[in-house]
Design a binder for this molecule. Structure first.
Ligand SMILES: [Zn+2]
Ligand SMILES: [Zn+2]
Length: 249
């Protein structure tokens, strides 16, 4: 599986799997190595390969922050935790999903259906995916500041206990699947993977209000790095006037 690794700015790395449009982020913070999500391979080969390319031994990972429980963001957690002894973080409302038994074969099939593009319709039909079990060390809540300067922002809609992370030291916003970025434009996640549209909309407004943001790093596609301020203003306006949630986001 092809994986692209790019340093967005010193000590912030974007790990991208083009086949699934999937993003994981690696942050070096002093002696800490923090992952925002854990990749989509249950053997963690995608993240292990990315770490090797940027010269960080796997055992140096100190924390994995999980934006939500979907397998395409959390699959590598168990193995990475085993190899590094890192601490895991998720929202208190999301924790139960990580402890569930692996799902049925049909549900496991949904692991391999992208959350974007036309196939998303099938993912909506098949329903949610149960990931492999993960032990969560720290349950977080909205407004918590963890690992010195990472602010937890609860953003329900895509899942109940979905969180975004705002890095106060760099003004990077790691948005998980609260929104998407395509060709440097902010976009909604597709309708079938947004079960609670009212909250999803409120979450986006909350994320994009009252913070200086230098870059938005979503769970799929690409980070927003150009014309960030203007694009946020445009998207906020779009959300304010949204009449119907677009099927494909
Ligand atoms: Zn998701
Ligand atoms: Zn996703």
């Amino acid at each position: 599986m092809k994986v692209i690794v790019k340093e967005l700015q010193p000590d912030i790395f974007w790990v991208y799997t083009p086949s699934y449009y999937n993003c994981t982020y690696i942050l070096k913070k002093g002696t800490d190595v923090v992952l925002i999500d854990a990749g989509m391979r249950s053997d963690a080969s995608d993240i292990k390969g990315a770490l090797e390319r940027i010269g960080i031994p796997v055992k140096r990972i100190t924390a994995v922050i999980l934006t939500h429980w979907h397998n395409d963001h959390s699959a590598g957690t168990a193995v990475l935790k085993e190899l590094s002894g890192c601490k895991t973080f998720c929202h208190i409302d999301e924790a139960d999903y990580f402890q569930k038994k692996p799902g049925s074969r049909l549900r496991r099939l949904a692991d391999f259906i992208p959350e974007r593009g036309i196939l998303v319709l099938f993912k909506g039909l098949i329903g949610d995916v149960v990931p492999r079990r993960v032990t969560i060390d720290h349950l977080v809540s909205d407004g918590d500041v963890i690992l010195q300067d990472l602010e937890v922002i609860k953003t329900p809609g895509h899942t109940n206990g979905h969180i975004a992370i705002y890095d106060r030291s760099t003004a990077f916003l790691f948005a998980g699947d609260a929104l998407a970025v395509i060709h440097q434009r902010l976009r909604l996640m597709a309708g079938p993977v947004t079960p609670d549209k009212e909250n999803a909309r409120a979450s986006i407004m909350k994320l994009l209000s009252g913070r200086m943001i230098s870059s938005i790093c979503p769970g799929h596609r690409e980070p927003l790095v150009t014309n960030v301020e203007a694009e946020i203003a445009r998207f906020r306006n779009e959300i304010l006037h949204l009449k119907r949630w677009p099927l494909l986001g």
